[in-house]
Design a protein around this ligand. Structure first.
Ligand SMILES: [Zn+2]
Length: 181
């Protein structure tokens, strides 16, 4: 598992969308750095570990694709409750965090946009089905103004806020890739 690659893919942040803790920084010793991050296994390397998948070849268990970068607290959390933090949840976290890092790389966000980004990441975690539905509608009718509004109208109460926020949500929903299923 390439620890450095896992960290770089998520901008040195914890991949739990509800955490996003920065995992590295300077030490007093100018030649050293603090690291609070952990390269966690999505499916365990050993049979008695959390989320162990006997069907996965040994090489794949050690691969970077089977790793997720987390802070120490979230790493402990997922291994303490593997029935709640199943493989699909962890893969979704990883996918969202990588998409967020890519967006940060490609855009220069104002501070208020940064707040929207965080709001979106939390929405994505809370309402993945709703956002998937928005993306499907947007794919079916690309360029139409009403794709996300239609979905929001079907889920009354969700889109009742300010128009600007809804526009922003729509642009985020259609620009962040779907997590692998
Ligand atoms: Zn964390």
């Amino acid at each position: 598992m390439e620890f450095l690659v896992l960290q770089l893919h998520v901008g040195y942040r914890c991949s739990n969308s509800a955490c996003r803790q920065l995992t590295s920084g300077p030490q007093d010793d100018p030649t050293k750095a603090v690291n609070l991050g952990v390269a966690a296994h999505i499916t365990a390397a050993s049979p008695d570990g959390p989320r162990y998948d006997p069907a996965l070849p040994a090489d794949d268990r050690r691969s970077t694709e089977n790793g997720i970068w987390l802070c120490q607290t979230c790493s402990k959390l997922i291994d303490n409750d593997p029935q709640r933090y199943v493989v699909d949840v962890l893969r979704r976290w990883k996918s969202i965090s990588e998409a967020a890092a890519l967006r940060s790389l490609e855009t220069r966000l104002s501070s208020s946009d940064g707040d929207d980004e965080l709001l979106f990441l939390r929405l994505e975690q809370l309402m993945p089905d709703l956002l998937d539905e928005m993306r499907r509608d947007a794919t079916r009718a690309p360029g139409t103004e009403n794709a996300a509004d239609g979905v929001l109208a079907r889920h009354r109460g969700v889109g009742g806020g300010q128009c600007g926020g809804r526009l922003r949500l729509r642009s985020l929903a259609t620009s962040v890739p779907r997590s692998p299923s």
